[in-house]
Design a protein around this ligand. Structure first.
Ligand code: PMP
Length: 406
C-alpha cells in the first residue's frame, strides 16, 4: 500500500502546527476527509442542490437520485438485505436515541425489564438508555470491564436472562480500543429470548468490514465523520420487519402518508424515521467516503492501522512510568495511556507544542474512567494515512513531555 499516495488525498495533513509538521493522531474523535469526499460535497452544492423527494423539477430529481443512490451504497457496505433498512440520521448519538425513543413509544419496555449495556460504552450509548429506564421503570444493567479492558463474558452470561429486553454494546471501544465479540454476544442474547440487539459501530466502521447480516444485530449505529465523511450525518441500520413494526419517533414532513387534524398515517421505512429535510450533501459524501475506504480495502486499512498500533504500543512500553489502559490482544487502533505523576492534559498540551494532536480527558466514558480510578487518559488513535515516522514522532513527543513534566 502506498501511504504517501493516500496522504496526497488529505490536504489538511500537509500543514505545520507550532512550527512542526502536523501529526494527526485524534482519529477516534474525527477522521480527516479526502479530496474525493470534499469533491462529492462541493459537486452536490455546485450542481444539484435541491430539496429531495417532493420535486417535479430536474434538480430535485437529480438530488433525490443521488440521495437514494447513497443509501444503496451504504446498504451494500453494511451488507444490509435492502436499502430500506438504512435510515439517515445526524450521527451515532441520534441513531441510538432513535432506537431508545421508538422502544419507549412502542410500549415494548416496562417495569421489571432490563436494558443491558457494557462498562465500555460512550455516554451516547449510556444516557439514552438511562432516559428510557427513567421513562419506563426498566433497569439498566452493566457488563463489567476486566483489568485488560475486555468485557467480562462470564458476568455477561449471568446478566442475560428472560428479563433482558435490550442489549446495546459497542463493537470497538473509543476509549481503550477493545474489539468486543459482538457477534457471539448477540447470538447468546438470541438464545435467552426476545432481546433487541443494538451495536454502536462508531469506532468499528472506520477500521473493519461490517456485515450486519453476519452479526445478526437488530440495529447498527454509526457516524459519517468517523469514516472520512462530514459531521452531521450518520446511519441507523435496522432490520426491516422491526422498522415496519415499531412506531416513528420524530414527526414532520416526509414521514407521513396522509395528514388530517384527526389522524395521521405514516410512511413506510425508512422514510417513517426520516422526518424533515435530511443532510442531503452529507449522505452523498458519506457514500463517497465508503467508496474511498473500499477502494483502499477494509482489510488493508485494518492491517496498516495494526502495524501502527503495534509500533506505538512497543515504543510507549519502553518509557518509564507509562501505564497503558486496554491491554487485551484484540484491539483496534486506539492507544490510551498515562504516565505516573503527570496529568493527561499537561502531557497532551506539550505534545501539541510539538505538532502531535492527541486527545486527553475522559473520552465521553466517565464510568469507564471511574472503573480504572482515573479522570482521563492521553489517547492516540491511528488512521490509514498515518505513517511509522509519525508514530516515532509521537513516541518522541511523549518522551519529551515526560521529561519536561517530571
Ligand atoms: N459511540 C462511540 C463508541 C463513539 O466513539 C462516539 C464518538 N466519539 C459516539 C458513540 C458518538 O458519536 P457522535 O458524537 O458522532 O454522535
Amino acid at each position: 500500500m502506498d501511504i504517501q499516495k493516500i496522504r496526497e488525498d488529505f490536504p489538511i495533513l500537509h500543514q505545520q502546527i507550532n512550527g512542526r509538521p502536523l501529526v494527526y493522531l485524534d482519529n477516534a474523535a474525527t477522521s480527516q476527509k479526502p479530496l474525493q469526499v470534499l469533491e462529492a460535497s462541493a459537486n452536490y452544492y455546485r450542481n444539484i442542490n435541491s430539496n429531495i423527494h417532493r420535486g417535479v423539477h430536474k434538480l430535485a430529481q437529480s438530488a433525490t437520485a443521488a440521495h437514494e443512490q447513497a443509501r444503496e451504497t451504504i446498504a451494500k457496505h453494511l451488507n444490509a438485505s435492502r436499502p430500506e433498512e438504512v435510515i439517515f440520521t445526524s450521527g451515532t448519538t441520534d441513531s441510538i436515541n432513535l432506537v431508545a425513543n421508538v422502544l419507549e413509544r412502542s410500549g415494548t419496555i416496562g417495569e421489571g425489564d432490563e436494558i443491558l449495556i457494557s462498562g465500555l460504552e460512550h455516554h451516547s450509548n449510556t444516557v439514552p438508555w438511562q432516559m428510557l429506564c427513567e421513562a419506563t421503570g426498566a433497569t439498566l444493567k452493566v457488563i463489567p470491564v476486566l483489568e485488560d479492558g475486555s468485557l467480562d463474558q462470564e458476568a455477561f452470561a449471568t446478566l442475560l436472562g428472560p428479563q433482558t429486553k435490550v442489549l446495546s454494546v459497542n463493537q470497538v471501544s473509543n476509549a481503550l480500543g477493545t474489539i468486543n465479540p459482538v457477534k457471539d454476544m448477540i447470538a447468546a442474547a438470541r438464545k435467552v429470548g426476545d432481546v433487541i440487539t443494538v451495536v454502536d459501530g462508531a469506532q468499528s466502521i472506520p477500521h473493519m468490514a461490517i456485515d450486519v447480516q453476519d452479526l445478526d444485530c437488530d440495529f447498527f449505529a454509526f457516524s459519517g465523520h468517523k469514516v472520512f465523511a462530514p459531521t452531521g450525518v450518520g446511519i441507523l441500520f435496522g432490520k426491516y420487519d422491526l422498522l415496519e413494526k415499531l412506531p416513528p419517533w420524530k414527526g414532520g414532513g416526509e414521514m407521513i402518508r396522509l395528514v388530517t387534524f384527526e389522524k395521521t398515517t405514516y410512511n413506510d421505512p425508512p422514510f417513517k424515521y426520516e422526518a424533515g429535510t435530511p443532510n442531503i450533501e452529507g449522505g452523498i459524501a458519506l457514500a463517497a467516503a465508503l467508496d474511498y475506504a473500499n477502494a483502499i480495502g477494509m482489510d488493508n486499512i485494518y492491517a496498516q492501522e495494526k502495524l501502527l498500533l503495534d509500533r506505538a504500543t512497543a515504543g510507549l512500553s519502553e518509557i518509564d512510568g507509562v501505564k497503558i489502559y486496554g491491554t487485551c490482544p484484540n484491539k483496534a487502533s486506539v492507544l490510551s495511556f498515562l504516565i505516573e505523576g503527570i496529568h493527561h492534559f499537561d502531557l497532551g498540551s506539550i505534545m501539541d507544542q510539538m505538532g502531535v494532536a492527541v486527545r486527553t480527558g475522559h473520552h465521553c466514558c466517565q464510568p469507564l474512567m471511574s472503573r480504572f480510578g482515573i479522570t482521563g487518559t492521553v489517547r492516540a488513535s491511528f488512521a490509514v494515512y498515518n505513517t511509522e515516522e509519525e508514530v516515532d514522532a509521537f513516541i518522541a513527543a511523549v518522551k519529551k513531555g515526560a521529561m519536561m513534566l517530571s
